[in-house]
Design a binder for this molecule. Structure first.
Ligand SMILES: C[S@@+](CC[C@H](N)C(=O)[O-])C[C@H]1O[C@@H](n2cnc3c(N)ncnc32)[C@H](O)[C@@H]1O
Length: 272
């Protein structure tokens, strides 16, 4: 995994549906972190402000331990950072089983997957560790930075080598997917969806700040249509178990814990 997905990324396409939060890079006065904070602010094109500055809705803050997202107007909420270390990622763990619905939704022939809604990168990481080759695309540069920070810490702590199986890219999948060469066997979509299911406080906090940052993904149907024209084999869409499918008539659905994976065949496979 490269340490910066930004230098080699395509220019991020504009997301007309994004949330309108003003975000800044918060500097906490730690001189040892100053030059890295300035570099990051420049890379992400964010204003550099002192932490707690009330002029921003959200702040990305570099601490000695990690990169975190804070709501300066609601300090009780606590920071959000990406931490994969509590996950059981041992080779035969349940999280990495090819018998679970997420893996089964891709079928037996799929080898390469584009995760077109990478978010904090957890699903992309699990798919990569299950053995798929994954290109993970996320349009929010701030979310990419948080995910990359989590992946970097995971590889540093565990010595895990992910670079051959997981590539994280910043850009809008609607424009990047058609440029992927070779085309992926499958595309995975997990767009934002209004929260409904029972969740732990920690998940709520992560999702609340993520929604504040990226909005509602109201263009998810357009992304599904594009994906069906790009994938060789299929598109898998993750939905809450009680939500209607993103598009009518998926060819198959697999139900997991609180979520469902709807499978749509690639467009050329449905033509008679
Ligand atoms: C619910 S989150 C995905 C969570 C992810 N599956 C995980 O395991 O962390 C949805 C993410 O998709 C991203 N997204 C939505 N549409 C996108 C697009 N067209 N291109 C790139 N990213 C997109 C949003 O910015 C958001 O971060």
């Amino acid at each position: 995994m490269a340490t910066s997905p930004f230098r080699r990324s395509a220019p991020a396409a504009t997301n007309p549906h994004r949330a309108t939060s003003r975000i800044a890079l918060g500097f906490n006065g730690n001189e040892a972190l100053k030059s890295r904070a300035e570099e990051l602010a420049h890379e992400l094109e964010l204003p550099l402000v002192m932490t707690g500055d009330p002029g921003s809705d959200l702040q990305l803050v570099l601490t000695p331990e990690h990169l975190e997202l804070r709501d300066p107007h609601d300090p009780r909420l606590g920071p959000v950072f990406v931490d994969f270390t509590p996950l059981d990622l041992r080779p035969y763990s349940a999280n990495l089983s090819r018998r679970q619905p997420l893996a089964r939704a891709f079928g037996k022939k799929v080898r390469t997957i584009a995760d077109a809604t990478a978010g904090y990168g957890q699903d992309a990481l699990l798919l990569a560790l299950m053995g798929f080759h994954v290109t993970a695309i996320e349009r929010s540069p701030v979310v990419v930075a948080l995910a990359q920070d989590g992946l970097n810490r995971l590889t540093t702590l565990t010595g895990m080598v992910l670079s051959e199986r997981l590539r994280l890219v910043n850009g809008d999948s609607r424009s990047l997917l058609p440029t992927l060469a070779p085309r992926p066997d499958a595309i995975y979509l997990d767009p934002m969806f209004p929260p409904k299911r029972r969740k732990s406080a920690a998940v709520k906090k992560e999702m609340r700040l993520l929604r504040q940052l990226v909005g509602d993904d109201a263009d998810a149907l357009e992304l599904l249509e594009i994906s069906r024209g790009v994938a060789h084999d299929r598109v898998v869409v993750k939905r809450p178990d009680d939500a209607p499918p993103l598009a009518p008539d998926p060819s198959m659905s697999l139900t997991g814990k609180l979520v469902r994976y709807d499978v749509y065949l690639a467009r050329h496979r449905t033509k008679t």
